[in-house]
Design a protein around this ligand. Structure first.
Ligand SMILES: Cc1cc2nc3c(=O)[nH]c(=O)nc-3n(C[C@H](O)[C@H](O)[C@H](O)COP(=O)(O)OP(=O)(O)OC[C@H]3O[C@@H](n4cnc5c(N)ncnc54)[C@H](O)[C@@H]3O)c2cc1C
Length: 498
């Protein structure tokens, strides 16, 4: 039976974004909120990606909430299960589960101009009205399976890395892996020993740096627990080390040459065969695509039964994959390590704002634009977490999420302080922000680096990444500027002067 509920704030998603927002609402005394989650459990990325070897690639002491440090991280780069456990522990500690409605997929929202609320509907037909709507739906959660000719003819097993089928045993099987991105380089070494053969289809080789991973000793964990400032110092060290790499990404891509040298030496050490190295060496500047880290990927490619195919895929047949050189590779299973729908990740959300404006349709025409990746003009009291151009190639996105959460919290305060019921970013403010953003992005490695990546839209415009230092983003979002918004007062619908 479908239900209806009125609430102050409706959050969608229970990854770092949704949970972080819920904690902030509680911290600021806002207890009337609902969190919708389409899955049966919380955790977002870290619930969905359970493939063998899945781990973060930003050190865990940085890839976690600043207000909820975890002295117990067992490795420098924690594995999926540990990060998922962390998120579940955080949700329990802040008593969030009572606010979450699981198996409840947000289907769309419509702004009610008269009542000044969002009408929200779920796929099951439940309805909500909410004064504010926060989308923490994640940009990397819709698996991207390539449209290969003949793919539907395949009679073996196939799945995407983010939907790993743990009931299907790959042991002794002939396996094709499509893609050599962040996920594939983590699971290929884990399965290479078990399978009879592994045919790895590479379209573009990634730049791979050595991974400074190790287990964290019991005494280090004790130190972090007993003297929390030591962990904070370590976190600061990680933060600033990673921030310094933004110089190469955003300021001067030539700086990347230094890191490319490290990556090349790493490859020479691990791949003695010159011809193989030629296949694995990228022809674009490091940073143009996500920079990867691994110590066991290259060695896995040298194992018996592992073959690297760089010819591309011509077609999939009932029991094989045929490469573009015409070689037919017989396989029992295909694993897609082909990433996610990123540019169109928000496009499936049916959000109708002022004057019947549909966000997805509007973005099709203008390109994906927002203000600070948080608000969009014409869509009052609606907020994104990790929205357009706030992803990162060099540091932890949890830092960005926390900046956004604080910003949204201040927006809610602003509405209350002005006894208002509508806060809408001014279009000229949004336009100016995007002009500046794209001017900076044009100079960055993502545009100048000579590659095509999931950071870019069909027009080659970067809609994904924040151009540069995260502390700049933090500073600019630290204090909400009231005059960036049109704030409409409650009783008489007057516009409140900022
Ligand atoms: C394998 C992998 C490793 C990564 N490692 C790193 C890393 O090391 N460092 C880093 O900074 N980033 C990393 N990322 C990026 C990662 O996605 C973010 O760090 C972060 O987890 C995003 O959190 P989120 O809450 O915004 O989104 P998500 O974690 O994707 O959570 C979104 C939630 O919203 C729910 N949802 C979506 N749509 C709906 C709907 N319509 N209705 C209801 N619920 C919905 C989803 O089910 C999900 O639970 C990694 C990503 C992947 C895939």
């Amino acid at each position: 039976m479908s239900t209806h509920r009125d609430t102050q704030v409706l959050i969608v998603g229970t990854g770092f974004s949704g949970l972080g927002m819920a904690i902030e609402l509680k911290r600021t005394g806002r207890h009337d909120f609902v969190v919708l989650e389409k899955a049966a459990d919380l955790g977002g990325t870290w619930r969905d990606n359970s493939y063998p070897g899945c781990a973060c690639d930003v050190p865990s002491h940085m890839y976690s909430f600043s207000f909820e440090l975890n002295p117990r991280w067992s490795r420098m780069f924690a594995q999926q299960q540990e990060i998922w456990d962390y998120l579940r522990r955080v949700a329990d500690k802040y008593d969030l589960r009572g606010h979450i409605t699981f198996n409840s997929e947000f289907d769309g929202a419509r702004w009610d101009e008269a009542a000044k609320v969002w009408h929200v509907e779920t796929k099951h037909g439940d309805t909500y009205t909410a004064k504010a709507l926060v989308a923490g739906v994640g940009a990397l959660h819709i698996p991207n399976v390539p449209e290969l000719p003949g793919i539907e003819e395949f009679r073996g097993k196939s799945f995407h890395s983010a939907r790993w089928d743990h009931d299907y045993d790959l042991t002794g099987k002939k396996v094709a892996v499509v893609g050599t991105g962040a996920s594939a380089i983590q699971f290929v070494p884990e399965i290479a020993d078990r399978v009879e053969s592994l045919t790895l289809f590479q379209r573009t080789p990634p730049w791979i740096l050595p991974k400074a991973d190790r287990s964290i000793s019991a005494w280090e964990q004790r130190l972090f627990r007993l003297l929390p400032f030591t962990q904070r110092l370590y976190r600061d060290f990680v933060y600033w080390t990673r921030e310094s790499s933004a110089l190469g990404f955003a300021v001067n891509p030539k700086i990347m040459k230094f890191a490319q040298g490290i990556a090349k030496r790493h490859m020479v050490k691990q791949v003695p065969d010159r011809a193989m190295r030629a296949k694995l060496t990228p022809d674009y500047t490091m940073g143009c695509k996500r920079v990867l880290i691994s110590n066991d990927y290259y060695p896995a490619l040298r194992k018996p039964g592992v073959e690297l195919v760089t010819d591309g895929i011509a077609e999939v047949r009932e029991h094989s994959v045929v490469d573009s050189a015409g070689v037919e590779h017989e396989v029992d299973a295909i694993v897609y390590g082909t990433g996610f729908h990123v540019i169109d990740a928000f496009g499936y959300l049916d959000i109708v704002g002022k004057d019947g404006r549909n966000l997805a349709k509007e973005w099709q025409d203008t390109g994906i634009e927002s203000h600070f990746g948080i608000t969009v003009s014409g869509f009052p009291n609606f907020y994104f977490l990790l929205g357009p151009n706030t992803g990162l190639g060099h540091n932890s996105v949890v830092f960005m999420i926390e900046s956004q959460i604080r910003y949204i919290s201040q927006c809610l305060d602003l509405v209350d302080r002005h006894h208002a019921d509508e806060l809408d970013v001014r279009p000229e403010v949004q336009r100016a922000f995007n002009r500046e953003l794209h001017r900076k992005l044009r100079k960055g490695v993502w545009t100048e680096g000579g590659c095509k990546s999931w950071y870019l839209d069909a027009q080659g415009v970067n809609r994904t990444v924040w151009p540069g230092f995260t502390w700049r983003y933090w500073m600019r979002t630290k204090k909400v500027r009231a005059d960036d918004f049109t704030i409409t007062a409650r009783a008489n619908r007057d516009r409140v002067p900022a």
